[in-house]
Design a protein around this ligand. Structure first.
Ligand SMILES: [Zn+2]
Length: 134
């Protein structure tokens, strides 16, 4: 029988699922403890100590290296830059906020999409964050 030992606790269950998937893809047997509890009542996740990722004892060192790389990649801040001049001095411009407000009031749901765009303060270039140039 395989012994499992905890390798990391996650306060975000989705982050824990991604880490588990990474290990599974590298043929490391692992599972998440209290994952179902966190999805059922996420407000109690801190009292549960987060979602524990447990790995097979014989693969612990390999898993630890992979998780450290994964954590580093996850914590890297992605600094957005202007596609034309590479300036990082940007401002966010929200358009159609009134339509979004009306949508939310009528449908009782959040606005269906993020229509904000970025404007470069250096060159004046305007683009959507996800779509590229406007
Ligand atoms: Zn620019």
């Amino acid at each position: 029988m395989t012994d499992f030992i905890p390798i990391r606790n996650y306060s975000d269950p989705l982050q824990a699922s991604m880490a588990k998937e990474l290990l599974t893809q590298n043929d490391i047997i692992c599972y998440l403890d209290t994952e179902n509890h966190s999805f059922a009542s996420w407000v109690y996740i801190s009292s549960l100590g987060g979602v524990s990722l447990l790995v097979a004892k014989e693969k612990y060192e390999t898993a630890k290296e992979l998780i450290e790389i994964f954590d580093l990649k996850s914590n890297e801040e992605v600094e957005e830059k202007c596609p034309k001049c590479s300036s990082a001095i940007l401002r966010e411009q929200n358009s159609n906020w009134f339509i979004k407000l009306i949508w939310c009031l009528i449908s009782f749901t959040p606005a269906p999409y993020n229509n904000s765009s970025r404007v470069c303060k250096n060159c004046g270039n305007k683009w959507h964050a996800d779509l590229g140039d406007v």
